[in-house]
Ligand binder design. Structure first.
Ligand code: ARG
Length: 284
């Protein structure tokens, strides 16, 4: 039987969006600080407030719990002020864990710290990677496919390593704007077949690939992208995103999603937001 694709906009008015409960890993920003600069958002001369970061992070964790998700936490290490960005710690699909190997020396110790957490928590199908990859910062799962960023952090050779390990198609995408240095700053997965993204963050060829795969994706304005609106977490119904990304929130509402704006601005001083703080444990 052939089935004509229903545009997302129309689908919103027909079927209610269904949230599925997720298991998430987060890391308290107890030692949060901006002491070095490895992306254009980080300026160590500007003051940052670990207390405020902690408060904003707690609210995000409580929001996830109130939405019915499970949140695991990993112990923060004072040596790593960026460890709050749990998304970078690994990629977990079907219960398989691909460890993270960081590009910058300031963060390299985080890879083993996260990997150990998985070993301690009973994960057995694990791979310590050969190539640099910054976890879910650059690997986003859409249905049974992975979208994989490169250009700033993750080595493109990692994409083949991930495809072989997970046994799922991996589609490489090249980022070209240093403000959007991880895939999860420029693209967000909304459901098993829908995404939103910032076109100007991608190379022409990668943009063409996105248009081919997701012709009716939501696209973000310069303002919403700069507010880190794409650094969002979706459970299929609720989309948690920085509250300043109001244009994206309106577009999501029109598609039947329930956007929930949060204030997590302190972490933006390190170049991270909602999704960066959230690693999804996709267990089998
Ligand atoms: N300061 C961190 C870095 O530059 C921020 C990481 C943000 N994480 C993310 N998943 N985009 O590495």
């Amino acid at each position: 039987m052939s089935r004509t694709a229903v545009p997302a906009q129309e689908r919103a008015t027909r079927e209610p969006r269904v949230a599925t409960p997720r298991r998430l890993l987060m890391c308290r920003p107890q030692h949060f600080d901006v002491t070095y600069s490895i992306n254009p958002w980080m300026d160590p001369r500007k003051p940052s407030d670990a207390g405020l970061a902690l408060l904003q992070w707690e609210r995000l964790r409580e929001l996830y719990l109130s939405l019915g998700h499970t949140v695991e936490v990993i112990e923060p290490d004072p040596a790593f002020p960026d460890m709050v960005f749990a998304a970078n710690g690994a990629t977990v699909v079907d219960g398989k864990v691909l460890g993270a190997r960081f590009r910058h020396v300031e963060r390299t110790g985080e890879g083993p710290a996260y990997f150990q957490w998985f070993l301690r928590n009973g994960y057995r199908d694990v791979l310590w990677p050969e190539h640099i990859n910054e976890g879910e910062g650059d690997y986003l799962t859409v249905g049974r496919r992975l979208l994989a960023g490169t250009g700033f952090r993750t080595d493109p050779r990692s994409h083949a390593e991930a495809q072989e390990f997970f046994g799922l198609p991996v589609t490489g995408l090249t980022l070209v704007n240093p403000n959007f240095y991880h895939l999860d700053t420029a693209l967000s997965v909304l459901s098993d077949d829908e995404i939103m993204y910032y076109p100007a963050a991608f190379s022409p060829g990668s943009l063409a690939v996105l248009r081919e795969l997701f012709p009716d994706a939501v696209t973000a304005s310069d303002e919403d992208a700069a507010a880190f609106g794409l650094n969002a977490f979706s459970d299929g119904r609720h989309v948690v995103l920085p509250q300043a990304a109001t244009g994206l929130a309106d577009q999501l509402k029109r598609r039947g999603f329930e956007p929930i704006g949060v204030d997590i601005a302190e972490l933006l001083k390190a170049g991270g937001s909602v999704k960066c703080c959230t690693l999804e444990l996709r267990d089998r």
